[in-house]
Design a protein around this ligand. Structure first.
Ligand code: NAD
Length: 506
């Protein structure tokens, strides 16, 4: 059922007239839903308008999707790696061919400026290309038992039916980063996109079908009751894997559910990234890097610079430079030209920004630019720079997830490393310095899964993205991302050797 709906949805979207980009409602029209189907509305956060409705699946429908995917999975797993790779490569080509429509869709349902949506299509498409390439390198190796007399053959097998749950902030990339390695490894998939941004997933999965992915193999399920979905699906014995991207709180709930079924679990969770600027940093690089690390996706990124630490000697010049850039950032509907900051995802996010600013100011912070919500329609907040944020302020202790640069100052390397690591999160960190030893020493000392050195956008399909501490389990992207969808098995082959085990010695 969900497959039919995905097809219907995507077919409808494909008819959209790209000429009318200024009219958000022209990009996404209401999906044709079966009579009497329960549905969920999707909004454009720049206008508040309803732009589409998607199915509101109940747990019974989700389990039917599980059954259909599982049945299709057997045939998919039996295909050769080259056959799977060729289909993934065609999917990548189709994503590129439809890049502009996908970008319009991302901006329409999520709000980010079109230029950033285009960058997301490049980034998200790269995972499909990467795993088209990795699919034919499924690993496995041969080794000898150290005491002799046996040879170990390790083999890799698909982990099995994988449930993928994605957030709203990167509607394309979070989906392809999971679906592509799952398919490359030979696994069937049930994907539940965020209720706020399901349209991009429908569209890109339809492109996968056009590329040759069997229609039952990838099931898209949208639902307004995420708990009922995960309780039904993750405890079903046919499911073998859960991969989740979202908040740490929800990740913990899913890990508890996964425990009952002992599911392989990958968790890409919340972040609290420190960004550290030392006195010996290149000022322009530091300002540009901090701006990118803060403002990409309107600050709604798990690796967004959350706590900006600036050393005393460079602090005034850095703050001035950042204020200038932030104040010049044009705010508006992401479909309009030259917009640098689109809307936040909803009004709740706007009021949470206002609370963070007010709380920081009450604790002594200076508002150097912005600081206010912008009147609707749409959910907008000014690009904001707060200087001298107290360690006790909420903005210094929580994931901001919006366009607020919260700056603290520091004196010594040891002090800033200690402060940077004083968090239960460990996803990303950033270091700006022209001293190579210092850059590497501080990167080594940071308790994070990834570090941007002299740059603010470290993600890449070739990199093993993921967090430590409460930021997650497992890695996405790179060769390691394929491991997450594979079981490693071994055969121990007894050998009657005629003397030395050394190959070629006889
Ligand atoms: P969220 O945790 O509220 O939702 C994420 C997804 O989980 C959505 O699809 C939602 O519908 C679903 N969900 C919620 N409750 C569920 C339940 N009980 N069972 C099953 N599914 C459930 O997060 P969000 O607000 O969409 O995204 C923001 C968060 O995601 C931030 O904390 C951010 O740091 C994190 N994030 C992490 C990464 C990463 O790679 N580490 C990437 C992007 C976002």
């Amino acid at each position: 059922m969900s497959t039919d709906l995905a097809n219907t949805a995507a077919a409808d979207l494909l008819d959209a007239d790209p000429q009318r980009v200024a009219d958000t409602n022209a990009v996404v029209r209401a999906l044709a839903l079966p009579d009497g189907a329960r549905s969920l509305e999707v909004f454009n956060p720049a206008t508040g308008d309803t732009i589409a409705a998607v199915p509101d699946a109940d747990p019974g429908q989700a389990l039917r999707a599980v059954a259909a995917a599982e049945a299709a999975g057997r045939e998919w797993a039996a295909r050769t790696p080259r056959q799977r790779a060729d289909i993934l490569r065609r999917w990548y080509d189709l994503i590129n061919e439809h890049a502009e429509k996908i970008s319009l869709l991302i901006t329409s349902e999520m709000g980010k400026p079109l230029v950033e949506s285009r960058a997301e299509v490049t980034y998200g498409g790269d995972f499909v290309r990467w795993y088209a390439e990795e699919a034919v390198r499924p690993g496995g190796n041969v080794r000898d038992v150290p005491t002799g007399g046996a040879t170990l053959l390790t083999r890799r097998a698909p982990v099995g039916l994988s449930v993928l749950i994605t957030p709203w902030n990167f509607p394309l990339a979070m989906a392809t980063r999971k679906i592509a390695p799952a398919l490359a490894a030979g696994c069937p998939v049930v994907i539940k996109p965020a209720t706020l941004t399901p349209l991009t997933t429908f569209y890109v999965v339809d492109l996968a079908y056009r590329a040759g992915v069997p229609v039952d193999l990838v099931q898209v399920v949208t639902t307004g009751d995420a708990s009922a979905f995960s309780e039904a699906v993750l405890t079903d014995a046919r499911v073998r894997k859960v991969s989740f991207t979202g908040s740490t709180g929800v990740g913990k709930i899913l890990l508890k559910l996964a425990a009952d079924n002992v599911l392989r679990s990958s968790m890409e969770l919340g972040g609290d990234a420190p960004l550290i600027v030392f006195d010996d940093a290149d000022l322009e690089r530091a300002v540009n890097g901090a701006y990118a690390a803060k403002m990409r996706n309107g600050g709604q990124s798990c690796i967004a610079a959350n706590r900006i630490y600036v050393q005393d000697g460079i602090a005034d010049a850095f703050v001035e430079g950042l204020v200038e850039k932030m104040a010049a950032a044009r705010v508006g509907n992401g479909l309009a030209d030259d917009v640098a900051l689109g809307p936040l995802i909803d009004d709740r996010a706007v009021s949470s920004m206002q609370k963070l600013v007010d709380d920081a100011v009450a604790a002594g912070a200076d508002v150097r630019s912005g600081g206010h919500a912008i009147a609707g329609p749409g959910s907008f907040f000014e690009p904001t720079v707060l200087d001298h944020v107290a360690t006790t302020a909420e903005a210094a202790r929580t994931e901001i997830f919006g366009p607020i640069a919260a700056i603290q100052r520091f004196r010594t390397e040891a002090e800033v490393v200690h402060r940077a690591n004083s968090t239960e999160y460990g996803l990303a960190g950033y270091v700006f310095t022209e001293n190579l030893d210092r850059a590497l020493n501080v990167a080594d000392a940071l308790q994070t899964g990834l570090v941007g050195i002299n740059q603010g956008v470290p993600s890449n399909a070739a990199a093993p993205f993921g967090g430590i501490k409460q930021s997650g389990l497992g890695r996405e992207g790179s060769a390691e991302g394929l491991d997450e969808y594979q079981e490693i098995r071994f055969y121990n082959i007894a050998r009657r050797t005629t003397g030395s085990d050394v190959v070629g010695s006889g």
